[in-house]
Design a protein around this ligand. Structure first.
Ligand code: PMT
Length: 398
């Protein structure tokens, strides 16, 4: 981030307190940081803190009554390589989407020549409100990039989506955004993510612990590179809003295969990170199985291998990347998958690695190419892994 000029817009929400940490991370990464605050935000974080950490004066009003200095929104917009608005409240997003220009921050947004990123933060009902979703769609159509809010405990005491993404996550998103190569545009990627649920009866299923986070991170990294993304996911809580992003929700492996078959020939690249159940119950009971039926064994049959299907049906130089989730003989098993499934790359992750694989924010992977090359990535954020994976795939495509 050395020398990158980050203009940080802070709006009036409780998550504004996190911005102090974000500024510190960006400064440590040697970015130049200037901040604009809405008047409402100074109730949540002191301009003195923002100014001290960013080592720059903070713009709040068009005209600073104390110094007589006019804060020129055009000068801010011309200075910035990127304008990051975090936290972005429902109010500010609504005004950005509807051309309302009542403060310095909004005037600067409407004057930007470079890219703008918003990181929304609000209560969960607002975050799902049709009006918010409409405004976000308008902003993405206007070329604004959205860092989705996270799920978790909210200041209101409610639990759900709407928390500002963590400062580390925003900083790594920003770094990837700034360093992304020129968009490869007009390329389409198919990604599978999450678990599959294989029904046993109307209320029970066989599945695994996949959260979908790895696949959604790959989707975010691909969007940053200008790919159009089609993500086919099993049941997951993850969300993502972007104009180049299509999500197809499925439940079972069979449904996932049907969805992949429908779009595969329109894609240039496939990254198959889903934890597809290898087996499904041979018979799905029509009604809930009763305890008294004394069913102590379930007959299973094999699910179709979606990755293998896509790999052997490829045309026109399509690239195929698979994952291997192993508990033992990791390298051997991963290389076997690379060969048997005819892959360009296999991404190995092992349940032996603490803090990696299912559910969490981090993963630790080794990427093997079909020509024997190998890249080992330390335990890190799934998004950072996704960015590096896309780099590796792109280099081979070049
Ligand atoms: O979702 P998270 O909580 O973020 O966790 C991420 C992850 C651990 C699920 C992910 O990193 C991962 O390892 N995904 C692959 C899990 C898996 O099913 O591995 P596998 O070794 O069993 O399968 C090998 C490959 O074949 C995978 O690309 C898989 O998507 C694919 N496959 C497997 C079986 C099947 N019937 N169809 C498939 O397409």
């Amino acid at each position: 981030m050395y020398g990158k000029r980050i203009l940080l817009g802070i709006t009036g929400g409780i998550a504004a307190y996190k911005i102090a940490y974000l500024i510190r991370i960006l400064k440590k990464q040697e970015a130049e940081v200037k901040c604009i605050m809405t008047p409402a935000s100074s109730a949540f974080i002191s301009p003195l803190v923002v100014s001290t950490l960013s080592k720059n004066q903070v713009g709040i009003e068009f005209w600073d009554k104390n110094t007589g200095v006019w804060n020129n929104h055009v000068a801010y917009a011309e200075w910035a390589d990127v304008f990051l608005i975090a936290p972005a409240t429902m109010n500010t997003i609504g005004k950005m989407a509807n051309g309302l220009c009542e403060n310095l921050l909004l005037a600067t947004y409407f004057s930007m020549k470079g890219r703008t990123i918003v990181a929304p933060a609000m209560d969960l009902d607002m975050y799902k409100h049709p009006s918010f979703l409409r405004n976000i769609e308008t902003l993405t159509n206007d070329g604004v990039t959205v860092i989705p809010a996270e799920d978790g405990e909210l200041a209101s005491g409610l639990e759900g989506e709407g928390r500002l993404a963590e400062p580390e996550m925003i900083a790594s998103f920003l770094a990837a955004f700034m360093s992304a190569a020129q968009p490869v545009s007009e390329k389409r990627i198919c990604i599978t993510a999450g678990p599959t649920h294989e029904a046993l009866d109307p209320v029970r299923y066989i599945s695994n612990h996949s959260s979908g986070k790895m696949g959604f991170s790959i989707a975010k990294a691909a969007l940053l590179r200008g790919y159009e993304v089609v993500l086919i996911c099993g049941p997951t809580e993850e969300t993502l809003l972007h104009p180049l992003f299509t999500r197809i929700d499925v439940v079972s492996a069979d449904e996932m295969l049907t969805a992949v078959k429908r779009i595969w020939q329109t894609c240039d690249l496939g990254v198959f990170s889903a934890a597809v159940a290898d087996f499904r119950p041979a018979i799905i009971a029509d009604v809930k199985m009763k305890k008294k039926e004394q069913t102590t064994s379930i007959q299973l049959e094999q699910n179709p291998d979606i990755l293998k299907w896509a790999s052997f049906e490829r045309q026109n130089n399509q690239k195929v990347v698979g994952f291997a989730l192993e508990t033992n003989n990791e390298k051997e098993n991963a290389l076997l998958k690379l060969e048997q499934k005819n892959l360009d790359f296999v991404v190995l992750n092992s349940t032996q690695d603490k803090g990696a694989t299912f559910g969490g924010e981090q993963n630790k992977v080794t990427i093997f190419g079909k020509d024997g090359e190998l890249v080992e990535l330390e335990l890190q954020n799934k998004f950072d892994i996704a960015v590096k994976l896309m780099d590796i795939i792109e280099n081979v495509n070049a």
